[in-house]
Structure formats: structure tokens, C-alpha cells
Design a protein around this ligand. Structure first.
Ligand SMILES: [Zn+2]
Length: 68
């Protein structure tokens, strides 16, 4: 298992609906609904109920490229 997976949250872009990956630096309970800068540099709102999946069709390709 990769350590990266454990430190990532899923966040949805406001305008596009695309899911981005956000690196976690705080506990998930502090992050729900917060806007964070995604791995690719986009601003996105974290949803802690969603697991980041770079293979999902709605996932950000830039985030996936940078992580894998
Ligand atoms: Zn992204």
C-alpha cells in the first residue's frame, strides 16, 4: 500500500464538478467542506465521505498524473 493514499482526500471543483486530490495535513474532521488547493493547483472543496480515485471518470487527470 502506498503512503500517498493515506494522506489524500477527495475534493470537488466548484465549477466543473471534477474530483481533485488534496494532500491532507490536518485531521479529516477539520477538513469537511473546506476549500483547499488540490495537487494540480485547482481550488476544490473537500468531501471526507468521498475517497479519491484517480481512475474514476470524474477524476482530475492532472491530479492523477502527478500522483501516479
Ligand atoms: Zn486536479
Amino acid at each position: 500500500m502506498s503512503e500517498l493514499v493515506l494522506t489524500l482526500a477527495a475534493a470537488q471543483g466548484r465549477s466543473t464538478g471534477t474530483w481533485h486530490a488534496v494532500e491532507l495535513h490536518r485531521s479529516p474532521s477539520e477538513l469537511d467542506g473546506a476549500c483547499e488547493v488540490a495537487v494540480c493547483g485547482a481550488l476544490a472543496r473537500i468531501d471526507v465521505d468521498v475517497v479519491w480515485d484517480g481512475a474514476d471518470e470524474d477524476a482530475c487527470e492532472a491530479c492523477a498524473d502527478l500522483l501516479y
